[in-house]
Write a protein of this length. Structure first.
Ligand code: G3I
Length: 369
């Protein structure tokens, strides 16, 4: 029962609440979130998640509010999974896959085969004689564990490197040296058999910009995809990592359009898998000006990349500048140790940056899939 005193107290509180100025904070959740705006256009909005991030309440709140697709930044890579030739450490990957499941998010797997983040025991243990067995056993073990829970797997990551001067511009990776070019087909066929539900993706960087190096790498990447499809290798999607820069004169146009159209003509979906905008080349220390230049790159890049309906998802490589891998890059640490990068949709204090609004606007205005 409400006493007279309680009633007066509640009325006074209500009056105060009405008198308080409404904060000017723009609405960014619910129907105004990245995932809601993406969903309206038949797209998925996602991000990479570091293992430690799930222990940060601020991080998980933004993750739940804004994203419907997650990818472990490191937890599903060969090295982090394999502390020894006979052990698997699934703890961090399980935590993220379970978190995603509990919050109805899809999960990307990244990655089975890469030349980086191989475990310390790899070089001394893997030989031409056992490499195929080690590769297939790894994929079978990991893909089977998450069977039916992975929307798409980056089966092979960054296999093209024209500057290595090898046939078909293949990268001089340990897997190529140990198995030969057939390591690619072996990886995709093994992954398909282990998890028929997942979309099998080839993931690459340095194929986005209108410059000579990216043009060369784009052509080699499309040629690789054509060869794999011609050999009936089970591959479903191209991942365009989208690690791009502000202030460095990069532009995006017909080269990117032709890459996406080329993948589409092979029956592939396209995912923008690791979007972030390096701002080291943006001159001056005016943070607001830097943020505006980064937002302009999100706007300009996505205006081209999202034109084609073959592009189904946009993931940023992280959520907040606070955790960006770009701050660990050697060149950044040497040249600008005291100027942390601002490459992502949320600033170090989890405030939406201009890049957030540019990303959301691009999603909201993309052609409906
Ligand atoms: O986990 C260990 C920790 O135990 C140790 O104390 C610490 C000391 O160095 O290292 C930690 O591992 C680090 C790992 O990230 C987890 O934080 C590695 O040193 C570090 O090299 C590793 O960096 C990752 C990088 O890939 C490896 O090349 C970045 O977080 C990750 O964002 C980055 O992601 C790649 C994609 O997978 C592929 N596309 C490019 C992208 C950026 O390089």
């Amino acid at each position: 029962m409400t006493t007279r005193r309680t009633f007066l107290n509640q009325s006074a509180l209500a009056a105060c609440a009405l008198a308080l100025p409404v904060t000017a904070e723009p609405t960014i959740t619910g129907s105004q979130s990245l995932k809601a705006q993406a969903h309206k256009r038949g797209l998925l909005a996602g991000c990479a998640v570091g293992a430690a991030n799930l222990r940060e309440p601020d991080f998980t709140q933004v993750l739940i509010d804004q994203y419907s697709l997650v990818v472990p930044e490191n937890a599903l890579k060969f090295g982090p999974l394999r502390p020894s030739p006979t052990e698997y450490n699934f703890a961090d990957a399980d935590a993220l896959v379970n978190f995603a499941h509990d919050h109805k998010m899809k999960v990307r797997g990244h990655n089975f085969v890469w030349h980086e983040q191989l475990p310390a025991w790899f070089a001394a243990t893997v030989t031409k004689e056992n490499a195929k067995q080690i590769l297939t056993t790894h994929i079978q073990t990991v893909a089977s564990r998450y069977k039916g829970k992975i929307q798409s797997w980056d089966v092979v990551n960054e296999a093209i490197n024209p500057s290595d001067g090898l046939p078909d511009s293949l990268r001089h990776s340990p897997w190529l040296q140990l198995i030969g070019p057939e390591y690619l087909e072996l990886a995709y066929r093994t992954a398909r058999q282990a998890d028929p539900h997942a979309k099998l993706t080839y993931n690459e960087y340095g194929i986005e910009n209108e410059n000579e190096a990216d043009r060369t790498k784009r052509a080699a990447t499309l040629d690789l995809l054509k060869r794999l499809k011609a050999a009936n290798v089970p591959i479903d999607a191209l991942g365009i990592q989208s690690h791009i820069s502000a202030g460095s004169g990069q532009t995006w146009g017909n080269g990117l359009r032709d890459l996406i159209a080329g993948a589409q003509s092979l029956g592939l979906e396209v995912y923008l898998t690791e979007l972030d905008v390096n701002d080291d080349a943006v001159l001056g220390d005016d943070t607001a000006a830097r943020d505006q230049q980064v937002a302009a790159v999100y706007r300009d890049y996505l205006a081209v990349a999202l034109e084609n309906r073959a592009v189904k998802s946009v993931l940023t490589w992280g959520i907040t500048d606070r955790h960006s891998w770009l701050n660990e890059v050697k060149s950044h640490r040497e040249k600008m140790p005291n100027r942390p990068q601002r490459p992502l949709p949320f600033d170090p204090d989890y405030k939406p940056a201009p890049a957030f609004f540019a990303l959301r606007d691009a999603l909201a205005h993309a052609p409906h899939r």
